[in-house]
Design a binder for this molecule. Structure first.
Ligand code: AMP
Length: 362
């Protein structure tokens, strides 16, 4: 075993790029395994820093701060994909970065993501690359109406997205997106949205959590139902796709693959996220190994833990003011409440989540 793939001994420090709730829950899992975490984030008093051993508050492009960070940590993992791939490439010259910068580069750009999926035979929604309003008109013609325009970069939770029907003002939609490149997707009248989270270790070992069902409100995940209420063949196809993408990306860490299940039962890849994912929060309370512990294990070169679930689960996000119900939620003794330490409950902001366990079916 080379030094680069040797298991990280307890007491080592894991660097977390990004300071949000995903980093917070990763740091909590890391602490249980005897690791320290050091977070790099531009934001003061971040959810992750509140539970970490150390923090660097600096811009993601600040090379001196990146040098100092790299010197303090033994491995780096990212908790969101909209960090600069260049900053990660720079870090990777100093310390192992898992998943690697090139995985992030694919996942943070919808054009690269769709191109990559097409190149490995992972079917996505029918899509065209757009450089202007004329491409929206072309997409409406070729893909049918309506379509969804999405910014190529920095889009999440429905930000930078618009549904456009034939006859709508394509120029205005293009201007409103405010970016130089986007993708236009066919509108999928899906039966349901599902996701699979797969972990891949430094030795290439892979384990996948069962497919779960995701319900959105205003483009933001509202509820996850675990496992997804889909047939065995659909669940197996979703898992096959997730494993295939992880392998072909040469991933080390976690990958969430968001998918649409169409009315005729086919499974289409919508989005890739190479990190812990909101649709995996239920695993904290319902599985032998949570997605966060699994992430720590994978990036630290440890063996993966069992993904077996001891219960089925429903996870509800607490968005904005919904988190104000914390005391009422705690009044339900079966509710597992998780709050992220965010001071201000802005609309659309993920403040926490609640998980309810159900007796396991199947
Ligand atoms: P995304 O940021 O790509 O995950 O999109 C956010 C949400 O918008 C998805 O979870 C879907 O609910 C919806 N959506 C995105 N793309 C499409 C599409 N091509 N057809 C139908 N709904 C979509």
């Amino acid at each position: 075993m080379s030094a680069a793939t040797a298991p990280l001994p307890p007491g080592s420090t894991i660097g977390i790029f990004g300071g949000g709730q995903l980093g917070r829950m990763t740091a909590l899992a890391a602490a249980r395994l005897g690791y320290r975490c050091h977070v790099f984030t531009p934001e003061r008093d971040s959810p992750c820093a509140q539970v970490s051993d150390g923090e660097t508050v600096a811009d993601y492009e600040d090379r001196a701060a990146l040098d100092a960070f790299a010197a303090r940590v033994q491995v780096v993992t990212s908790e969101f994909e909209n960090v600069s791939a260049d900053a990660l490439r720079y870090l990777a010259t100093r310390v192992p970065v898992r998943p690697g910068p090139e995985v992030l580069a694919v996942a943070q750009d919808r054009v690269k993501e769709k191109t990559f999926c097409a190149s490995i035979g992972a079917t996505t929604t029918p899509v065209l690359v757009a450089h202007g309003a004329a491409d929206i008109v072309r997409a409406l013609d070729e893909l049918g109406s309506p379509v969804v325009l999405k910014t190529a970069r920095m889009g999440y939770d429905g930000k930078g997205q618009a549904r456009i029907a034939a006859g709508d003002d394509a120029e205005a939609a293009w201007r409103a997106m405010g970016a130089s490149q986007g993708v236009v997707e066919a509108w999928v009248a899906f039966d349901c949205e599902i996701s699979v989270i797969v972990a891949r270790g430094v030795d290439g070992a892979m384990l996948a959590y069962p497919a779960v069902e995701n319900r959105h409100k205003h483009h933001i995940l509202d509820e996850t139902i675990a496992p997804a209420r889909v047939g065995a063949a659909t669940a197996a196809e979703a898992e096959r796709l997730a494993r295939h993408v992880a392998e072909r990306l040469d991933l080390v860490g976690l990958l969430a693959v968001e998918m649409f299940v169409t009315k005729d039962g086919s499974v289409l890849v919508n989005e890739l996220a190479p990190r812990p994912h909101n649709s995996g929060h239920w695993t904290i309370d319902a599985c032998i190994t949570s997605q966060f512990e699994q992430c720590v294990r994978a990036v630290s070169g440890l063996p993966l833990g069992s993904v077996e679930r001891h219960a089925d689960a429903v996870m509800k996000n607490l968005i904005g003011e919904e988190a104000g119900r914390w005391l009422e939620i705690l009044g339900d003794p079966a509710a597992k409440l998780h709050l992220y330490g965010k001071a201000e409950a802005r609309p659309g902001r993920k403040m926490g989540h609640v998980t309810w366990l159900k007796p396991r079916r199947g």
